[in-house]
Ligand binder design. Structure first.
Ligand SMILES: [Zn+2]
Length: 137
């Protein structure tokens, strides 16, 4: 089995995990409330997962997306699963605003400006509480 960066202990704070998946919060100065759902085992493609695990993984992604929409009200949510450099299943969940640094391009496109974004501590607390409440049901 190949090993990659995601096979190691996460460098970002783990918000939630179970025995199959973990949710980390990416520390990106341009994007607040940017989360990544990672498969714990090194698995390359979604169709390499058992169907029930695939569904469970997507349910985690949708739960986080829904909580972000409720608490942070972005103009758009970007869900992305690329993994070209790190072929280990993970989904990026990125709140996007029309005035963010890359809009309407992807966050990996050429940056148009550089402004830090900072979600309020209160909103972040509420967001993480809703995520945990819904994932721990
Ligand atoms: Zn890996």
């Amino acid at each position: 089995m190949n090993k990659c960066d995601l096979c190691s202990d996460p460098i970002y704070p783990v918000i939630w995990k179970n025995n199959k998946f973990r949710l980390v919060e990416i520390d990106d100065p341009s994007y607040s409330a940017y989360y990544r759902v990672e498969n714990i085992q090194h698995v390359k493609e979604m169709t390499d997962l058992e169907e029930k695990d695939r569904m469970e993984l997507m349910q985690v992604v949708f739960t986080v997306e829904s909580a972000i929409r409720t608490c942070y009200k972005p103009d758009k949510i970007n869900l992305a699963s690329l993994g070209n450099l790190t072929p280990h299943i993970h989904w990026h969940i990125i709140p996007r605003f029309k005035n963010d640094n890359h809009y309407p391009g992807s966050i990996w496109s050429k940056q148009k400006k550089f402004e830090k974004t900072k979600i309020s501590t209160q909103t972040k607390k509420k967001l993480n509480a809703i995520i945990l409440e819904n994932l721990n049901q």
